[in-house]
Design a protein around this ligand. Structure first.
Ligand code: NAD
Length: 284
Protein backbone atom coordinates (compact mmCIF):
# COMPACT_ATOMS: atom_id res chain seq x y z
CA UNK A 1 0.00 0.00 0.00
CA UNK A 2 1.23 3.46 -0.90
CA UNK A 3 0.32 6.57 1.07
CA UNK A 4 -1.37 8.96 -1.35
CA UNK A 5 -3.51 11.11 0.94
CA UNK A 6 -2.88 12.08 4.57
CA UNK A 7 -5.30 13.11 7.31
CA UNK A 8 -4.25 15.04 10.43
CA UNK A 9 -6.48 15.27 13.52
CA UNK A 10 -5.92 18.56 15.36
CA UNK A 11 -4.44 21.77 13.94
CA UNK A 12 -2.62 22.99 17.07
CA UNK A 13 1.17 23.40 17.37
CA UNK A 14 1.95 19.89 16.18
CA UNK A 15 -1.01 19.20 13.86
CA UNK A 16 -0.42 22.43 11.92
CA UNK A 17 3.29 21.63 11.57
CA UNK A 18 2.60 18.04 10.47
CA UNK A 19 -0.05 19.15 7.94
CA UNK A 20 2.37 21.75 6.53
CA UNK A 21 5.20 19.22 6.34
CA UNK A 22 3.06 16.64 4.52
CA UNK A 23 1.74 19.24 2.05
CA UNK A 24 5.30 20.52 1.47
CA UNK A 25 6.32 16.94 0.70
CA UNK A 26 3.63 16.74 -2.00
CA UNK A 27 0.80 14.93 -0.18
CA UNK A 28 -2.80 16.16 -0.33
CA UNK A 29 -3.78 16.71 3.33
CA UNK A 30 -7.05 16.93 5.26
CA UNK A 31 -6.65 18.53 8.68
CA UNK A 32 -9.44 18.65 11.26
CA UNK A 33 -10.28 20.82 14.26
CA UNK A 34 -13.05 20.90 16.83
CA UNK A 35 -14.59 24.12 15.46
CA UNK A 36 -14.18 26.76 12.73
CA UNK A 37 -12.39 29.20 15.02
CA UNK A 38 -9.60 26.74 15.91
CA UNK A 39 -9.38 25.60 12.29
CA UNK A 40 -8.98 29.17 11.06
CA UNK A 41 -6.30 29.80 13.68
CA UNK A 42 -4.36 26.63 12.75
CA UNK A 43 -4.55 27.22 8.99
CA UNK A 44 -3.62 30.88 9.58
CA UNK A 45 -0.53 29.71 11.47
CA UNK A 46 0.55 27.56 8.50
CA UNK A 47 -0.10 30.43 6.10
CA UNK A 48 1.98 32.84 8.21
CA UNK A 49 4.86 30.35 8.54
CA UNK A 50 4.97 29.85 4.78
CA UNK A 51 4.65 33.61 4.14
CA UNK A 52 7.74 34.14 6.29
CA UNK A 53 9.64 31.60 4.15
CA UNK A 54 8.58 33.54 1.02
CA UNK A 55 9.81 36.81 2.59
CA UNK A 56 13.14 35.19 3.37
CA UNK A 57 13.44 33.93 -0.21
CA UNK A 58 13.35 30.27 0.89
CA UNK A 59 10.08 29.61 -0.98
CA UNK A 60 8.43 31.17 -4.03
CA UNK A 61 4.90 32.60 -3.78
CA UNK A 62 3.87 29.96 -6.33
CA UNK A 63 5.22 27.15 -4.12
CA UNK A 64 3.42 28.60 -1.10
CA UNK A 65 0.13 28.74 -3.01
CA UNK A 66 0.61 25.15 -4.18
CA UNK A 67 1.31 23.95 -0.61
CA UNK A 68 -1.73 25.78 0.81
CA UNK A 69 -3.77 24.39 -2.11
CA UNK A 70 -2.93 20.84 -0.99
CA UNK A 71 -4.31 21.46 2.54
CA UNK A 72 -8.03 21.13 3.16
CA UNK A 73 -9.37 22.09 6.56
CA UNK A 74 -12.45 20.45 8.05
CA UNK A 75 -14.46 20.10 11.25
CA UNK A 76 -15.90 16.74 10.15
CA UNK A 77 -14.12 13.43 10.72
CA UNK A 78 -16.03 12.08 7.71
CA UNK A 79 -13.56 13.92 5.46
CA UNK A 80 -10.94 11.29 6.40
CA UNK A 81 -12.92 8.67 4.44
CA UNK A 82 -10.40 8.55 1.57
CA UNK A 83 -7.15 8.95 3.54
CA UNK A 84 -4.51 6.20 3.47
CA UNK A 85 -2.92 7.47 6.66
CA UNK A 86 -4.38 9.58 9.47
CA UNK A 87 -2.06 11.12 12.06
CA UNK A 88 -3.77 12.02 15.32
CA UNK A 89 -2.30 15.18 16.94
CA UNK A 90 -5.08 16.15 19.36
CA UNK A 91 -4.39 17.05 22.99
CA UNK A 92 -2.55 14.54 25.20
CA UNK A 93 -5.53 12.70 26.72
CA UNK A 94 -5.84 8.92 26.46
CA UNK A 95 -9.65 8.97 26.75
CA UNK A 96 -9.94 11.49 23.92
CA UNK A 97 -7.41 9.67 21.75
CA UNK A 98 -9.23 6.33 22.24
CA UNK A 99 -12.48 7.99 21.14
CA UNK A 100 -10.79 9.51 18.08
CA UNK A 101 -9.25 6.14 17.10
CA UNK A 102 -12.59 4.33 17.41
CA UNK A 103 -14.22 6.99 15.24
CA UNK A 104 -11.44 6.92 12.63
CA UNK A 105 -11.68 3.12 12.50
CA UNK A 106 -15.33 3.40 11.46
CA UNK A 107 -14.65 6.06 8.80
CA UNK A 108 -11.28 5.34 7.16
CA UNK A 109 -10.70 2.73 4.43
CA UNK A 110 -10.00 -0.77 5.76
CA UNK A 111 -6.33 -0.70 4.75
CA UNK A 112 -5.61 2.79 6.12
CA UNK A 113 -2.92 3.26 8.77
CA UNK A 114 -3.91 5.14 11.93
CA UNK A 115 -1.03 6.90 13.68
CA UNK A 116 -0.66 8.93 16.86
CA UNK A 117 1.78 11.72 17.65
CA UNK A 118 1.48 11.08 21.39
CA UNK A 119 4.53 12.00 23.48
CA UNK A 120 4.03 9.68 26.41
CA UNK A 121 0.78 7.70 26.27
CA UNK A 122 0.48 3.97 25.64
CA UNK A 123 -0.24 3.39 21.95
CA UNK A 124 -1.61 -0.14 22.33
CA UNK A 125 -4.43 1.39 24.42
CA UNK A 126 -5.43 3.44 21.37
CA UNK A 127 -4.93 0.47 19.02
CA UNK A 128 -7.41 -1.73 20.90
CA UNK A 129 -10.09 0.94 20.46
CA UNK A 130 -10.00 -0.07 16.75
CA UNK A 131 -10.49 -3.34 14.85
CA UNK A 132 -7.13 -2.86 13.09
CA UNK A 133 -4.53 -2.90 15.86
CA UNK A 134 -1.97 -4.19 13.30
CA UNK A 135 -2.33 -0.89 11.41
CA UNK A 136 -1.89 1.39 14.43
CA UNK A 137 1.54 2.96 14.91
CA UNK A 138 3.22 5.86 16.68
CA UNK A 139 4.59 8.62 14.44
CA UNK A 140 6.25 10.94 16.95
CA UNK A 141 7.30 14.23 15.35
CA UNK A 142 9.26 16.98 17.10
CA UNK A 143 8.39 20.64 17.34
CA UNK A 144 8.50 22.40 14.85
CA UNK A 145 7.59 19.38 12.71
CA UNK A 146 8.61 20.87 9.33
CA UNK A 147 12.12 21.64 10.65
CA UNK A 148 13.11 18.96 13.16
CA UNK A 149 14.88 16.15 11.36
CA UNK A 150 13.83 13.21 13.53
CA UNK A 151 10.76 10.98 13.37
CA UNK A 152 10.34 8.27 16.04
CA UNK A 153 8.32 5.36 14.68
CA UNK A 154 6.74 3.45 17.54
CA UNK A 155 5.81 -0.22 17.25
CA UNK A 156 3.27 -1.73 19.60
CA UNK A 157 3.13 -5.46 20.25
CA UNK A 158 0.36 -5.59 17.61
CA UNK A 159 1.82 -3.34 14.85
CA UNK A 160 2.54 -5.37 11.70
CA UNK A 161 5.85 -5.36 9.83
CA UNK A 162 3.94 -4.11 6.80
CA UNK A 163 2.70 -1.05 8.74
CA UNK A 164 6.25 -0.42 9.98
CA UNK A 165 7.68 -0.62 6.43
CA UNK A 166 5.04 1.78 5.04
CA UNK A 167 5.61 4.19 7.96
CA UNK A 168 9.35 4.08 7.39
CA UNK A 169 8.93 4.88 3.70
CA UNK A 170 6.51 7.69 4.54
CA UNK A 171 9.02 9.20 7.01
CA UNK A 172 11.70 9.13 4.31
CA UNK A 173 9.35 10.90 1.87
CA UNK A 174 8.97 13.65 4.48
CA UNK A 175 12.77 13.95 4.52
CA UNK A 176 13.08 12.70 8.12
CA UNK A 177 15.64 10.41 9.68
CA UNK A 178 13.58 7.68 11.31
CA UNK A 179 14.31 5.69 14.45
CA UNK A 180 12.26 2.76 15.70
CA UNK A 181 11.19 2.31 19.32
CA UNK A 182 8.93 -0.03 21.24
CA UNK A 183 5.67 1.27 22.72
CA UNK A 184 7.46 1.93 26.02
CA UNK A 185 7.07 5.09 28.15
CA UNK A 186 8.83 8.08 26.54
CA UNK A 187 10.05 6.00 23.56
CA UNK A 188 13.72 6.99 23.00
CA UNK A 189 13.99 10.78 23.12
CA UNK A 190 11.77 11.63 26.11
CA UNK A 191 12.91 8.56 28.05
CA UNK A 192 16.49 9.88 27.90
CA UNK A 193 15.86 13.62 27.81
CA UNK A 194 13.37 14.02 30.68
CA UNK A 195 15.64 12.75 33.53
CA UNK A 196 18.41 15.03 32.22
CA UNK A 197 16.02 18.00 32.09
CA UNK A 198 14.65 17.31 35.59
CA UNK A 199 18.17 16.91 36.92
CA UNK A 200 19.10 20.33 35.50
CA UNK A 201 16.08 21.84 37.27
CA UNK A 202 17.04 20.12 40.56
CA UNK A 203 20.56 21.52 40.26
CA UNK A 204 19.06 25.02 40.04
CA UNK A 205 16.58 24.24 42.86
CA UNK A 206 19.47 23.17 45.12
CA UNK A 207 21.37 26.37 44.33
CA UNK A 208 24.35 24.53 42.87
CA UNK A 209 24.57 27.12 40.08
CA UNK A 210 22.59 30.03 38.65
CA UNK A 211 20.05 29.42 35.86
CA UNK A 212 22.31 31.29 33.40
CA UNK A 213 25.36 29.21 34.36
CA UNK A 214 23.45 25.91 34.07
CA UNK A 215 22.17 26.92 30.62
CA UNK A 216 25.56 28.22 29.46
CA UNK A 217 27.34 25.12 30.76
CA UNK A 218 25.12 22.78 28.75
CA UNK A 219 24.82 24.98 25.67
CA UNK A 220 28.52 25.74 25.35
CA UNK A 221 30.02 22.68 27.04
CA UNK A 222 27.93 20.12 25.16
CA UNK A 223 27.17 22.17 22.05
CA UNK A 224 23.39 22.03 22.54
CA UNK A 225 21.33 24.68 20.69
CA UNK A 226 20.07 26.05 24.03
CA UNK A 227 20.23 25.31 27.74
CA UNK A 228 17.66 23.06 29.51
CA UNK A 229 16.03 25.86 31.53
CA UNK A 230 15.59 28.05 28.44
CA UNK A 231 14.14 25.07 26.60
CA UNK A 232 11.74 24.30 29.49
CA UNK A 233 10.46 27.88 29.30
CA UNK A 234 9.95 27.47 25.57
CA UNK A 235 8.13 24.12 25.84
CA UNK A 236 6.05 25.25 28.84
CA UNK A 237 6.62 24.38 32.51
CA UNK A 238 3.14 22.78 32.57
CA UNK A 239 4.20 20.53 29.68
CA UNK A 240 7.39 19.53 31.55
CA UNK A 241 5.23 18.63 34.57
CA UNK A 242 2.68 16.74 32.47
CA UNK A 243 5.32 14.62 30.72
CA UNK A 244 7.36 13.86 33.86
CA UNK A 245 4.21 13.00 35.86
CA UNK A 246 3.04 10.68 33.07
CA UNK A 247 6.43 8.97 32.78
CA UNK A 248 6.75 8.55 36.56
CA UNK A 249 3.24 7.12 36.70
CA UNK A 250 4.25 4.45 34.17
CA UNK A 251 7.86 3.78 35.16
CA UNK A 252 7.85 4.41 38.94
CA UNK A 253 11.48 5.43 38.53
CA UNK A 254 12.48 8.32 40.89
CA UNK A 255 14.50 9.96 38.12
CA UNK A 256 11.14 10.99 36.59
CA UNK A 257 9.66 12.56 39.75
CA UNK A 258 8.63 16.17 39.05
CA UNK A 259 10.85 18.56 41.08
CA UNK A 260 8.95 20.52 43.77
CA UNK A 261 10.02 23.77 42.09
CA UNK A 262 8.17 22.76 38.90
CA UNK A 263 4.97 22.02 40.89
CA UNK A 264 5.25 25.43 42.55
CA UNK A 265 5.91 27.26 39.27
CA UNK A 266 2.83 25.63 37.71
CA UNK A 267 0.74 26.62 40.77
CA UNK A 268 2.02 30.20 40.43
CA UNK A 269 1.21 30.31 36.71
CA UNK A 270 4.90 30.68 35.79
CA UNK A 271 4.57 28.51 32.70
CA UNK A 272 7.45 29.96 30.70
CA UNK A 273 7.36 32.15 27.59
CA UNK A 274 3.62 31.76 27.08
CA UNK A 275 2.82 33.47 30.41
CA UNK A 276 5.74 35.91 30.38
CA UNK A 277 7.55 34.21 33.27
CA UNK A 278 9.22 30.89 33.84
CA UNK A 279 12.82 30.32 34.87
CA UNK A 280 13.43 33.65 33.10
CA UNK A 281 11.36 36.83 32.86
CA UNK A 282 9.86 37.58 29.42
CA UNK A 283 7.58 40.43 30.47
CA UNK A 284 9.76 42.98 28.66
N1 NAD B 1 4.09 20.41 21.51
C1 NAD B 1 5.10 19.58 21.38
O1 NAD B 1 6.28 19.96 21.49
C2 NAD B 1 4.85 18.13 21.06
C3 NAD B 1 5.90 17.37 20.52
C4 NAD B 1 5.65 16.03 20.15
C5 NAD B 1 4.40 15.48 20.37
N2 NAD B 1 3.40 16.25 20.92
C6 NAD B 1 2.08 15.62 21.07
O2 NAD B 1 1.27 16.08 19.99
C7 NAD B 1 -0.10 16.15 20.40
C8 NAD B 1 -0.62 17.55 20.14
O3 NAD B 1 0.14 18.46 20.90
P1 NAD B 1 0.11 20.03 20.59
O4 NAD B 1 1.27 20.62 21.32
O5 NAD B 1 -0.05 20.26 19.12
O6 NAD B 1 -1.24 20.45 21.33
P2 NAD B 1 -2.18 21.70 21.01
O7 NAD B 1 -3.01 21.91 22.22
O8 NAD B 1 -1.36 22.84 20.48
O9 NAD B 1 -3.10 21.19 19.82
C9 NAD B 1 -4.07 20.18 19.96
C10 NAD B 1 -5.24 20.56 19.07
O10 NAD B 1 -6.10 19.44 18.94
C11 NAD B 1 -7.41 19.94 18.82
N3 NAD B 1 -8.37 18.85 19.11
C12 NAD B 1 -8.75 18.34 20.30
N4 NAD B 1 -9.68 17.37 20.12
C13 NAD B 1 -9.86 17.25 18.77
C14 NAD B 1 -10.68 16.43 17.97
N5 NAD B 1 -11.50 15.52 18.50
N6 NAD B 1 -10.63 16.58 16.64
C15 NAD B 1 -9.80 17.51 16.08
N7 NAD B 1 -9.01 18.32 16.80
C16 NAD B 1 -9.03 18.19 18.12
C17 NAD B 1 -7.46 21.08 19.84
O11 NAD B 1 -8.52 21.98 19.55
C18 NAD B 1 -6.08 21.71 19.65
O12 NAD B 1 -6.11 22.78 18.72
C19 NAD B 1 -0.13 15.70 21.86
O13 NAD B 1 -0.42 14.34 21.92
C20 NAD B 1 1.30 15.99 22.31
O14 NAD B 1 1.68 15.19 23.41
C21 NAD B 1 3.59 17.56 21.26
Amino acid sequence: MEIKKVGVVGCGSMGAGIAQLCAQSGFPVVVSEINDEFLKKGLGFIDKTLARSVEKGKLTQQDKDAIMGRIKGTTSTKDFADCDLVIEAAIESLDLKKKIFAELDGICPKGAILATNTSCLSIIDMAIATRRADKVVGLHFFNPAPIMKLLEIVKTIATSEDTMAISQKFGEKLGKTTVVAKDAPGFIVNRLWIPFLLHSIRLYEEGVASREDIDNAIQLGLNYPMGPLTLSDMDGIDVVKFVSDALYEQLKDPRYITPTLVDKMVAAGWLGRKTGKGFYDYSK
